[in-house]
Structure formats: structure tokens, C-alpha cells
Design a protein around this ligand. Structure first.
Ligand code: HEM
Ligand code: HEM
Ligand SMILES: [Fe+2]
Length: 483
């Protein structure tokens, strides 16, 4: 890689080369997510836009499916990135890992093309197998579902096999156990039943138990590794925190599932269980903030990679506010009765997914790009630092504008449609055409454009950061456990 920067560092290992492939696809799909989000947003303001060519339902589906897949690609890439470093041995079965990457990517391309080309069709078993399963976020047809399971099994073999052969660190142990749960839960989303209550019951096992249990634990592992790498934090400290967070997350997140069982025809005891346990869910997220901020302060913010550290800190806060605070706001059944399925939910969904997950993947992209550039200096005043600083600013400014616009629209819906209009059909339309709703949608779109500008800058920065740097990376003194 002669073209990019000086090459003083060690070359990428096999896992890291594979990770770079996953990262490349991830960032491209992130771009697709932004594009389809913008189109869907325009359709809120102008419903005729692209009507019959690229309907709202298709844009929305592509928007959120692109999100799930780019985050998964980002996570898989991040795990491959740290795998050899953490375990101390080359990735077991790397050839299979590479093959699977291409199969997985090809399958994603085919599924996207089918979504774009076949937008309507009969709701029969053939559609389920070939076109679309109709389950929000995991719409992929059955053939792709099976393909995904195979790919994930191969990935699991790489990860578990490598740790088993090398060192099984505490981070590695938590990660492997978590991947078992993550892959296993995906199967719940493949269960077919024409009973809509039962279908929703199982579907939430994937959606909720992914984002509020297994994905959260996964980013906990990534954060632990990230803190060790960027600041030299003592392993014992991050690992202790990791165990505390995992215990709390599983403790509250698993039965917190009940906050989706209030209105879908499941038994009434879910009101109590869901309300109680999900109300506890913010607790581990506070622990994560304390953990990251404490470590950063303790190390006086001195790090080998400032952009990565900035995104790790953004993760701690984004996770806390997006999932913890915004989630808590509507998690009690007494409140959810009014807010369920309004833009309030979308406000929470945007802040939580970006805050908790996109941020961590972006942190790893910066860790990776530093090494690709030959281990160059990446502290606050690196050459061209304005780009990463403006990117993180614009992305967050755009996100917050979207989140607040949606929140105001959601408040208005809860008030006009639910509280005053008593959830009638007419009240639904009255709320949807109210001027506060329309203004919220307008500001969401402004936020969307700002976010898109931030995305372009982020992509440009990742392609160029460190190229003109000649100083080697700062080294941080790794704390020893004896310290
Ligand atoms: C990073 C973690 C989280 C992510 C990514 C996330 C994301 C989402 C998304 C996208 C939805 C909408 C699902 C749909 O399409 O119907 C949702 C719903 C919901 N979330 Fe979260 N969430 C997270 C954590 C939390 C936490 C910690 C709580 C509670 C403290 C919470 C409470 C809720 C509730 C109550 C709903 C149902 C909203 C409704 O009734 O319409 N979430 N979440
Ligand atoms: C250019 C920026 C974006 C725009 C304009 C945008 C727009 C939209 C629109 C119009 C919807 C459909 C809402 C509905 O059905 O009422 C949506 C849904 C969603 N978007 Fe975005 N979005 C953007 C960025 C993002 C980002 C960065 C994330 C997360 C990483 C995200 C996550 C979601 C989720 C989870 C949903 C489903 C929410 C739910 O069902 O409650 N979006 N977005
Ligand atoms: Fe949930």
C-alpha cells in the first residue's frame, strides 16, 4: 500500500485484511441507508414523489434493511479486526471466512435487486421463499435467511476456533458466548405461522433480544477492546466492567422483551413484567458511560487514535440517551398506550440505533484506517483533522434535528390522535395532517440533509485521513495489572 502514508507499523494480519472487506461493504450500505432514508423522508412531505416507481414501503424497507446489514457487516468486520490480536494466533479457517464474505455480499446484492424490481406480489409461500418474508427489519426471503444462518455459522467457527486455539481472553469468552445467542435468536424470526400474535411474539425475540441484549453485549466487547487499544486501559478494569455490564444487560434486557407484548394479544402479566424489567434497562447503559468517561479522564484523554476515541465516547452517550433515556420515556405501559407506534418510536429508533451501534462501527473504521495508513499519528492536531471533527459534528447535529423533529411529531400524535381523538380512524388522519406534525417532518428532512452531508465528509475522511501525516502514532503507556 505504497500510495497511502508512511509504513512504519506492522502489516495487516489475515483477519484484518478480511475485516477491511467487510468494512468497505458496510460503508457502502451505510450510504444506501442514508439515500433511501432521504427518499422516504421526502415522501412524507410530498406523497406523490416517486409514487408507483419507488414506493414509500420499498424505500422504508431498504432503509432499515440496509441499516441492519451494514451494522452486521461492521460488527463482523470489527470482530475479525481484533481476532488475531486478542487471541494471539492466525484466524482458524480464514479461507472459508473469505469465501463466506463473497457469498454473503452477493446474497445481499441479489436481495436488494429483488426488493427494487419486485415491489408488489401475492402473499403466498412462493413470495416468502423468493421475494420477501414481510417481517420488518428482517424482510429477507427464506432462501437468504438460510444463507445468512450458514454464513453466521462459518463466522462463528472462525471466531470460536481461533480463540480455542489461541488465548481465550475474557473479552473473547464473552464474545463467543454472545455470538451463540445472537445466531440462535435469528432462528426465532424464521418461524412461520399465520397467527399474527404468535408471529409478532417470535419476531420480537429477534428484534428486541438482538438490540437490547446480544448486540449490546457485542458492542460492550468492542468497547472494551477499543479502550485498551486507544488508551492502554488496564485489562482487569475493562474486563470487570464488561462482566458487570453483561450481567446487568441480560438481567434487564431479557424480560424487558415484555415492553413489546403490551398490545399484541399476549397475556396481561406482560404489562408488569415488561414495565418493570425494561425500566431497569438504562442501568447498564449508565455503567457504560461511567466506564468510558472514567477511563478517558483517568488517561487525561491521551490516546493513540483521537477520532476512534471520540466515537467510543459518542457511543457511550448515544447508547445512554438513545436507548436508555428515549427508550425509558415510552416503556411504561401507561405511557406506551399513548405513544405506541407514533413518531415517538421512530425518534427513539433513530437515536438508539445510531447512538449505540453506528458509532461503535465508525470507531473501528478509524482504528482500522490508522493501521492501513501504516500506524500514523492520529491525535487531535493531525493534518486535516477538520474533516473528522466536522463529520462527527454534522452527523450528530443532523441526527439530533431528526430526533427532535420526530419527537415533536410524536408528542402531537399522542395528544391529538390518542388522548383527544381516542385512537379513532379519523383522529389518526387528523394527527397526521396537523401542522406540528408536518413541521416535525420538515425539520426531520433538514436534519436528514445535514446528516447526509456528514456522511459524505465521513466517507471522504476515511479515504484520506492520515495520508499526509508523517509522524508515527502516539504510543500510550499500557497500564499493567500490577499498577
Ligand atoms: C440500543 C438499543 C435499542 C435500540 C437500537 C432500539 C430500537 C428500537 C426500535 C427501532 C424500535 C421500533 C421497533 C418497531 O419498528 O416497532 C423500538 C421500540 C421500542 N423500544 Fe427500543 N431500542 C433500544 C433500547 C431500548 C431500551 C433500553 C428501552 C427501554 C428502556 C426501549 C424501549 C422501547 C419500547 C417501549 C419500544 C416500543 C415502542 C412502541 O410501542 O411503538 N428500547 N426500539
Ligand atoms: C438521512 C438520514 C435519515 C433519514 C432522512 C431517515 C428517514 C427515515 C424515514 C422516513 C423512516 C420511516 C419512518 C416511518 O415509517 O414513519 C425511517 C425509519 C427508520 N430509520 Fe431512518 N432516516 C435517516 C437515517 C437513519 C439512521 C442513521 C438510522 C440508524 C442508524 C436510521 C434508523 C431508522 C430506523 C430504525 C427506522 C424504523 C423506525 C421505526 O420503525 O420506528 N435512520 N427513517
Ligand atoms: Fe425492546
Amino acid at each position: 500500500m505504497a500510495a497511502i502514508g508512511i509504513s512504519t507499523g506492522t502489516p495487516l494480519n489475515g483477519g484484518q485484511k478480511l475485516a477491511m472487506k467487510y468494512f468497505t461493504v458496510a460503508i457502502a450500505l451505510f450510504g444506501a441507508q442514508v439515500l433511501f432514508g432521504l427518499l422516504a423522508g421526502i415522501q412524507y412531505l410530498n406523497p406523490d414523489f416517486l409514487f408507483g416507481i419507488l414506493d414509500f414501503s420499498v424505500n422504508r424497507m431498504l432503509h432499515i434493511n440496509a441499516m441492519v446489514v451494514w451494522l452486521l457487516f461492521g460488527f463482523i468486520g470489527s470482530v475479525y479486526w481484533m481476532l488475531e490480536d486478542e487471541s494471539g494466533v492466525p484466524v482458524v479457517g480464514i479461507g472459508l471466512g473469505n469465501l463466506i464474505f463473497w457469498i454473503f455480499t452477493l446474497a445481499v446484492v441479489v436481495v436488494v435487486l429483488v426488493y427494487l424490481l419486485v415491489q408488489i406480489g401475492p402473499g403466498d409461500i412462493k413470495s416468502i421463499w423468493l421475494i420477501n418474508e414481510g417481517r420488518e427489519y428482517i424482510e429477507a426471503p427464506r432462501w437468504a435467511d438460510i444463507g445468512i444462518v450458514v454464513c453466521v455459522l462459518a463466522f462463528f467457527y472462525n471466531v470460536a476456533g481461533t480463540f480455542a486455539k489461541g488465548k481465550f481472553t475474557n473479552i473473547g469468552g464473552v464474545l463467543v458466548m454472545d455470538l451463540v445467542a445472537l445466531a440462535g435468536l435469528y432462528l426465532a424470526g424464521m418461524y412461520y405461522t399465520p397467527n399474527i400474535s404468535m408471529d409478532q411474539h417470535w419476531w420480537w425475540w429477534v428484534i428486541h433480544l438482538w438490540v437490547e441484549a446480544t448486540w449490546d453485549v457485542l458492542v460492550g466487547c468492542l468497547m472494551a477492546y477499543g479502550l485498551v487499544k486507544t488508551m492502554g486501559v488496564r485489562r482487569k478494569i475493562v474486563e470487570t466492567w464488561l462482566y458487570i455490564e453483561v450481567a446487568l444487560m441480560f438481567g434487564s434486557g431479557i424480560l424487558g422483551l415484555g415492553h413489546h407484548y403490551f398490545w399484541i394479544g399476549t397475556p396481561e402479566y406482560w404489562f408488569t413484567i415488561g414495565g418493570f424489567f425494561s425500566a431497569l434497562e438504562p442501568v447498564p447503559l449508565v455503567a457504560m458511560v461511567v466506564h468510558a468517561v472514567f477511563d478517558a479522564g483517568h488517561h487525561k484523554l491521551k490516546s493513540t487514535n483521537n477520532p476512534a476515541l471520540a466515537w467510543i465516547i459518542a457511543q457511550a452517550f448515544g447508547n445512554f440517551f438513545g436507548a436508555g433515556v428515549w427508550g425509558f420515556m415510552h416503556t411504561l405501559p401507561q405511557i406506551n398506550l399513548y405513544t405506541h407506534g407514533t413518531q415517538w418510536t421512530a425518534s427513539h429508533g433513530h437515536l438508539a440505533f445510531f447512538g449505540a451501534y453506528a458509532t461503535m462501527v465508525i470507531a473501528f473504521l478509524y482504528l482500522a484506517v490508522q493501521k492501513v495508513r501504516g500506524g500514523v499519528y492520529m491525535s487531535g492536531n493531525l493534518v486535516g483533522a477538520w474533516k473528522w471533527k466536522w463529520a462527527i459534528f454534522l452527523l450528530h447535529a443532523g441526527l439530533l434535528a431528526m430526533v427532535m423533529g420526530l419527537l415533536i411529531a410524536g408528542y402531537e400524535q399522542s395528544q391529538i390522535e390518542r388522548a383527544i381523538g381516542g385512537s379513532s380512524w379519523m383522529a389518526y388522519f387528523e394527527a397526521q395532517s396537523h401542522r406540528w406534525f408536518m413541521q416535525g417532518m420538515f425539520w426531520r428532512q433538514i436534519g436528514g440533509w445535514t446528516f447526509a452531508a456528514g456522511f459524505v465528509l465521513l466517507a471522504w475522511d476515511l479515504l484520506t485521513i492520515g495520508k499526509r501525516e508523517t509522524r508515527p502514532a502516539l504510543t500510550v503507556q499500557a497500564e499493567t495489572d500490577a499498577a
